[in-house]
Design a protein around this ligand. Structure first.
Ligand code: SF4
Length: 321
């Protein structure tokens, strides 16, 4: 198949408790039936506001959280059906890059050693070969051999993110989950990291799940996009279709909030109101409490994600096929 990753009906529910060890009072359905596929060698954007569950999707894919239901396939293999040993062998292939790489860097370990650490852990090379490999990957990430012996505090935010990417990249991953990797950085530095991601895709065929709240960046970088709202996908499409013809009222509202230089794009009302408490989503369509087009049916019947054009799926009662 052309897909590196296939996610089907993924759910991750967290128990809500009364105090830390108290009675279970309900369920937070952080991810509630999410399905999408990522084509090999492409960047798939997962977009949503904070509280949408997009970070939980990434962490559950990586196995940091146990899923509640659904399946995740990597190269057609069900990740959760693998033995511990198979999983360990696969681990280097799937890497996470997150917003604040500094928090995971030991301040007393030289960055070159920090970048190489996982290579030794996974026994992917000998100590002797390591230095050369580290320097090679540092160069790909826009760092130089002179940086090898420095400590994390000697680097700027953008350079630390390059260190984070180098740590992931040295394991030669097929798939990188990048969770808001640039939102802590200055705009000029953001562009450099974005270019690094697109080079990794184009030159090395790395596949990405790019998790972001920033539609401008997603439009620039991603090949396909899914929009998430309160634990569910409301729309998925190719980048071009999503940005030229957004169909879901939520996507339309998000796009209207993005400054655009294109005169042809009709402005639609920006998203009204706050995102509801994810532990108590509205009945029926979860967007109904904020949707300017909501009708009675929207509050009683859950819209399903259905294909309305080739590769373009949307979950809204009012969108006709
Ligand atoms: Fe709005 Fe109804 Fe469509 Fe939901 S189903 S997005 S409430 S029109």
């Amino acid at each position: 198949s052309d897909y590196l990753i296939e996610v089907e009906g993924l759910k991750k529910h967290f128990p809500l408790r009364d105090g830390l060890f108290g009675q279970e009072t309900g369920q937070l359905r952080a991810v509630d039936g999410v399905s999408f596929s990522i084509r090999q060698g492409t960047i798939f954007g997962l977009v949503g506001e904070s509280g949408s569950g997009k970070t939980t999707v990434g962490r559950t894919l990586l196995g940091l959280y146990d899923k509640t239901a659904g399946s995740v396939k990597y190269r057609g293999q069900d990740l959760h059906a693998l033995s511990a040993r198979e999983l360990r062998a696969l681990r280097p292939k799937i890497q996470l890059v997150f917003q604040d790489p500094y928090s995971s860097l030991n301040p007393r370990i030289r960055v070159g050693d920090a970048i190489g650490e996982a290579m030794l852990e996974h026994k992917l090379c000998t100590r002797r070969e390591l230095r050369e490999k580290v320097i090679e990957v540092m160069k790909i990430c826009g760092l130089s051999a002179q940086h090898y012996n420095r400590f994390p505090h000697e680097f700027s935010g953008g350079q630390r993110q390059r260190i984070g990417i180098a740590r992931a990249l040295i394991l030669n991953p097929d798939f990188i989950i990048a969770d808001e990797p640039i939102s802590a950085l200055d705009v000029s530095i953001q562009a450099q990291i974005i270019n690094l991601f697109s080079d990794l895709r184009d030159d090395r065929g790395v596949t990405f799940l790019f998790i972001s709240h920033d539609l401008g960046v997603v439009e620039h970088l991603c090949d396909d996009v899914a929009v998430m709202y309160l634990g569910q996908l409301v729309e998925t499409a190719s980048r071009d279709a999503l940005f030229s013809q957004p169909l879901h009222p939520y996507t339309q509202a998000l796009l209207a909030a993005v400054p655009t230089l294109e005169p042809g794009r009709a402005p639609v009302a920006a998203v009204r109101g706050e995102i509801p408490d994810p532990s108590r989503p509205p009945s029926g369509c979860r967007f109904s409490s904020r949707c300017p087009y909501a009708v009675a049916r929207c509050r009683s019947e859950i819209p399903t994600l259905r294909e309305v054009a080739d590769g373009h799926r949307v979950a809204c009662h009012l969108v006709n096929t």
